[in-house]
Design a protein around this ligand. Structure first.
Ligand code: MG
Length: 300
């Protein structure tokens, strides 16, 4: 399916939004980071400074970037600190750090107050309330924790396996708190203990009503900003969702190879594409942002 998205560098709409955008929400994997998760390689996998130079320029200009990722708090916090950024959104919008020195907050969507026991994380509450048990009971041998990525999580669970999501959701709906299952696509784990599974998917268990989009709206509101002040950049369907909370969405070129992304953006007219992939595409976005800001500030 060919895409019909305008390119970032040929969109007057994008330039107009970027000229007043104050904050960018960015995905990490497949977007800011190159192959293998490095910020110091280009889209082909060769060592390069392209992305970090763009980051330095954005930081020098005083523009704010907020990492918005499925990764856990420790990972999101460390990456942000290393790149010079103060705030982040982790675990698919369930964890928000609003700025330097601020405590991390959990966003738990439709969960009522009082679900958590003293000193219990939402992650442990999902286990205690049977979120994993109902799935392993319903699909024996077909679902397991996505080792080692399941460690150090505080809200969401990361699982791998092969199951029918509608049946899994029905099983989860028997629990006393609302928990949703999200299929995050096919993976190829080097090892697993699943039985008779041909195609392995990664799944997230999340409190119902949470999302990257919701977390971004919270973060913007805390600063007195609105989606009109924000731009979002990413490469996956969960990133398209966060683009609903921003005036402009930017997809790095590699996103366009995913048919699920192409169907997710159908009917949306606030999304543009970069010409380069991954971190190179991110640098392309950063330069467009800086150029649009400079044009807006230039004397007539
Ligand atoms: Mg990604």
């Amino acid at each position: 399916m060919p895409h019909t998205l305008p390119y970032l560098d040929e969109s007057p709409f994008a330039a107009e939004v970027l000229s007043r955008a104050q904050i960018a929400l960015t995905d990490l994997d497949g977007t800011l980071l190159g192959l293998g998760g490095s910020v110091l390689i280009d889209a082909t996998g060769a060592p390069a400074l392209t992305t970090v130079q763009a980051i330095v320029e954005v930081n020098k200009a005083g523009l704010e970037v907020v990492v918005c990722t499925g990764r856990n708090r420790i990972q999101a916090g460390e990456v942000s600190r290393i790149l010079g950024w103060e705030s982040f959104i982790a675990e698919l919008g369930c964890i928000v750090k609003h700025g330097r020195g601020e405590a991390v907050e959990y966003l738990l969507g439709e969960w009522p107050d009082g679900v958590l026991l003293a000193n219990e994380t939402p992650y442990h509450a999902i286990t205690r309330l049977g979120g994993l048990r109902v799935l392993t009971d319903t699909f024996p041998g077909k679902i397991e924790e996505h080792d080692p990525w399941h460690t150090d999580r505080e809200v969401t669970h990361v699982l791998r396996g092969s199951l029918d999501c509608a049946t899994a959701q029905a099983a989860l709906n028997t629990l006393t708190v609302p928990i949703d299952i999200i299929d995050n696509g096919i993976i190829h784990p080097p090892r697993h203990t699943l039985m008779d599974v041909d195609e392995v998917h990664v799944y997230h268990l999340v409190p119902r009503g949470t999302s990257k989009e919701h977390a971004i709206r919270e973060l913007l509101a805390r600063r007195g900003l609105t989606p009109a002040d924000a731009v979002a950049i990413g490469d996956s369907t969960t990133d398209v969702e966060m683009m609903n909370a921003a005036a402009l969405g930017v997809l790095v070129k590699n996103a366009l190879a995913d048919p699920r992304v192409l169907s997710a953006i159908e009917g949306l007219d606030t999304i543009v594409a970069t010409r380069a992939e991954r971190g190179d595409g991110w640098a392309e976005f950063a330069h467009a942002w800086l150029a649009a800001r400079a044009t807006a500030l230039a004397p007539l």
